[in-house]
Design a protein around this ligand. Structure first.
Ligand SMILES: Cc1ncc(COP(=O)(O)O)c(C=O)c1O
Length: 485
């Protein structure tokens, strides 16, 4: 494709994206295809000769769009807000258009230095301590793995330069709450600690926050048994209920053993842009790393995950490689992000964050986050005030965990009489909500029983959409059990 052909096709594509975004409210929110349907609609072999761009665009509309859950829809309340602000989409396009190769500072100095500037902007905006440094990774899962690798090496005194974990006499242990995201268990396994060395620290039964006293007891017992605590993963905003582990109480316990404290704030990190919400990370001075995803609620298009560390030297000592063809005369003066993580080649992801912050502005982003917090409180109050409905966990941010419990399924003290039947009923009405095409919510298990997470915060979600969702939930429930008006 020549630049002139690109110009024509590109204009058509931008028009298509603008139309798509402005028409989202009338599309079914959930993907409407059966397994294999999209594969079957595509040719088995690629075209030998160029096809017209109009044909590709038509197939995008006809084949691809129905196979995408419309996360940008104002009626999307599933998993977590996965916003893709159009300002950031432009930055992503600019990044692709530049096609910069980020392997060292010298390969694209701007790639490194714009990233240094935007991560510093966001450090300040989110109230992280001065001196902490950030880098952009693809996902929070990768960031957690990077943090745990650094933790492993600190605890083992640099085992990778010797015989690795296989040569260690004392097993290293990692601690997290059972509410921590599945990526924590995955990273623990991938970093070589082994599932048997991941301790699940009990949580408070009402708030779902990690219990610091239980953590202290588990760490002490492990040390007495000849193990070495290497890391504690603190969840600031768990996936299930957005519970906020008490960092200020956990960090000193970890410090007593020299254990690395990694904070997983994948979703909640966006709220740190609000000064009134920065209390969530009280105690941050005692932590070693924090990750959050602008590609969630903040809305910088996937993939954009920030990993901040107190001391980047701890990453460099683990991740640094220095083959001759990557060396330059300025190496001592510049940041080499290749030494702060796993990949060598990096995309110019900072551009999408830079465009997003510049074109939307921090004030408007903050106003949107506050709008979502207020909408969550509105829904929480509406649910709590309606007979038969329960809010199942404290609403700390923008997620409301709820369940409808028909009177014939609960006893006089609210105890569940037949859990299996309640689960079946919950899954049935949620499927009906999602099948309606009018909204999308995610069922999830809490304390072993199905419930519904309403995760607010799509960019276009206004109060009217939340009100429409609440009405839809009540209508579907009514259809399912025929309970009174
Ligand atoms: C608390 C938490 N941590 C980590 C993740 C994983 O995020 P990613 O998809 O960026 O790996 C999620 C995703 O939902 C999450 O909610």
């Amino acid at each position: 494709m020549t630049p002139e052909e690109f110009r024509v096709a590109g204009h058509a594509l931008i028009d298509w994206i603008a139309d798509y975004r402005s028409g989202l409210a009338v599309r079914p929110v959930a993907a409407t295809v059966a397994p294999g349907e999209i594969r079957a609609a595509l040719p088995a072999v690629p075209p030998a000769r160029p096809e017209p761009f109009a044909d590709v665009l038509a197939d995008l509309e006809r084949i691809v769009v129905p196979g995408v859950t419309q996360t940008q829809s104002p009626s999307f309340f599933g998993w977590f807000p996965s916003n893709a602000a159009l300002a950031s989409v432009l930055g992503d396009l600019a990044s692709s258009g530049l096609g910069a190769l980020g392997i060292t500072w010298a390969s694209a100095p701007a790639l490194t230095e714009v990233e240094e500037v935007v991560t510093e902007w966001l450090r300040e905006l989110t109230g992280l301590p001065p001196g902490w440094r950030g880098a952009i990774h693809d996902t929070a899962s990768t960031a957690c793995l990077v943090a745990l690798l650094a933790a492993r090496e600190r605890a083992s005194g640099g085992s990778l330069h010797r015989g690795g974990l296989q040569a260690e006499e004392r097993p290293l242990t990692v601690y997290a709450s059972p509410q921590a995201h599945s990526s924590v268990g995955k990273a623990t396994g991938l970093a070589g600690f082994g599932a048997a060395n991941l301790r699940q620290v009990p949580v408070d039964p009402v708030t779902y926050q990690m219990l610091p006293d239980a953590l202290a007891a588990m760490m002490a017992a492990d040390v007495a048994d000849g193990r070495r605590p290497a890391a504690v993963v603190v969840s600031i905003g768990t996936t299930g209920t957005t519970a906020i582990d008490p960092l200020a109480r956990i960090a000193p316990i970890a410090a007593a053993y020299g254990a690395w404290v990694h904070i997983d704030a994948a979703l909640a990190g966006s709220a740190l842009l609000l000064p009134e919400r920065q209390g969530m990370i009280d105690g941050i001075e005692g932590a070693d790393s924090l990750c959050w995803n602008p590609h969630k609620w903040l809305g910088t298009v996937l993939d954009c995950s920030l990993l901040y560390v107190r001391d980047p030297g701890e990453l460099v000592s683990v991740m640094s490689t220095n083959p001759s063809y990557l060396r330059s005369s300025v190496d001592g003066e510049v940041t080499q992000f290749k030494d702060w993580g796993i990949p060598l080649g990096r995309r110019f992801r900072a551009l999408k964050l830079w465009f997003h912050l510049r074109l939307d502005g921090v004030d408007a982003i903050r106003a949107r986050l506050r709008r979502d917090l207020a909408n969550a409180t509105w829904l929480e109050e509406a649910v709590a005030a309606t007979p038969g409905w329960r809010v199942l966990a404290p609403v700390t941010l923008q997620t409301v965990c709820l369940r409808h419990e028909p009177s014939d399924m609960v006893g006089p003290d609210g105890e569940i009489l037949d859990g299996e039947a309640l689960d079946e009923y919950t899954l049935a009405w949620v499927a009906a909500v999602n099948g309606s095409g009018h909204a999308f919510v995610t069922p999830s298990k809490l304390d072993g029983r199905w419930m519904v997470r309403v995760s607010l915060g799509a960019e276009g979600t206004e109060r009217e959409h939340v009100e429409a969702l609440w009405k839809l939930l009540q209508d579907q429930v009514r259809d399912h059990v025929g309970i009174g008006e």
